[in-house]
Design a protein around this ligand. Structure first.
Ligand code: SAM
Length: 301
């Protein structure tokens, strides 16, 4: 009688890739390698380092459960419960958006502005989700501090844990709240130096046309921007203006094709200087604005 050997890592990755390809999943080999190697506690390079490593029964069961989830189109980041953003690791949960690489455009643009303001900047993040934007910024600005608010209590808990894991909890806090209500000021009652937001901006009718990885797994309130995708901007721009220092910066992520409309909303709200930053695909991804109006300067600076 021959006793069959447990599969090797190489065999497992090949078999998982075949099953993902049969299900029509894009980049099946990349996904298979990332998923299996991560579940075994390594990076994708584990496959090159130890192709002959044999999986234990419990490892094979873990891989099988994860593959079943991927076949239901759950993104790998959600299966693993974590995502890298700005070279930092963020935990995710069902109430957090899976951070997108395009959102690094906002981080870069805010850092460019901050480089000309040698101060202990105070940041407010509206709709902070996993905390990726605020924590990436605070990690680059050693004297900065900030507050993230989100309507989803689970996201607040996860962002708080992310701040702790990244050693940034002393300078970044997260609380439940909504931009539909009055926004907080800094602890000392002053206006913020920087307000950032990546609000929900997908037009409601477009959500069901998105990949299932997005439409079925990102929380609806992280995606749904109302009929034209702009509801959150209409609500939060005047609120942000009211708690932002006159010479401060408002930075908003926008969807493809929304920059002109959001610029218009900012100008209506009294922002005098408005500019955009493009993502790696050349799309205007972030709209930035300052409100250096004389009346506001004397009122809040
Ligand atoms: C597109 S996600 C962005 C999350 C995170 N900042 C990021 O970039 O990955 C939008 C976030 O806004 C939150 N949100 C939606 N409506 C809100 C409201 N009225 N007030 C506060 N947060 C809200 C959602 O829960 C979600 O976390």
């Amino acid at each position: 009688m021959t006793v069959s050997q447990p599969p090797t890592l190489e065999q497992t990755v090949a078999e998982v890739a075949r099953r993902l390809a049969d299900a029509g999943i894009e980049a099946p080999r990349r996904d298979a390698r990332l998923l299996v190697c991560s579940l075994l506690g390594g990076g994708p390079e584990l496959l090159l380092a130890s192709p002959e490593r044999r999986l234990s029964d419990s490892e094979a069961a873990t891989v099988e459960a994860a593959v079943a989830r991927r076949l239901r189109r759950e993104p790998i980041s959600r299966i693993l419960g974590r995502r890298e953003f700005w070279s930092l690791e963020f935990l995710l949960d069902a109430e957090t958006l899976d951070p997108r690489p395009d959102s690094e455009t906002l981080v870069e643009a805010v850092l460019q502005w901050a480089a000309q303001h040698d101060e202990a900047l105070r940041l407010l993040d509206l709709g902070s989700g996993s905390g990726c934007l605020l924590l990436a910024l605070i990690s680059e600005l050693p004297r900065a501090s900030g507050l993230g608010i989100d309507i989803a209590p689970g996201a607040v808990t996860t962002a708080t844990e992310n701040a702790q894991r990244l050693g940034l909890a002393g300078r970044a806090a997260f609380v439940a709240g909504s931009w539909q209500g009055a926004l907080p000021r800094t602890e000392s009652g002053e206006p913020w130096d920087i307000v950032i937001s990546n609000p929900p901006y997908i037009p409601t009718g477009d959500i069901e046309t998105l990949e299932p990885e997005v439409s079925a797994y990102d929380p609806a309130r992280a995606l749904d921007g109302g009929a034209d995708g702009l509801d959150a901007y209409r609500a939060l721009i005047p609120k942000a203006a009211a708690v932002l220092r006159a010479t401060g910066l408002l930075a908003l992520e926008v969807g493809a094709g929304q920059a002109a409309a959001v610029k218009g909303l900012l100008e209506e709200a009294g922002f005098s200087t408005v500019w955009t930053a493009r993502d790696l695909s050349g799309i205007e991804r972030c709209v930035l604005a300052t409100q250096a109006r004389k009346s506001r300067e004397s009122a809040s600076d």
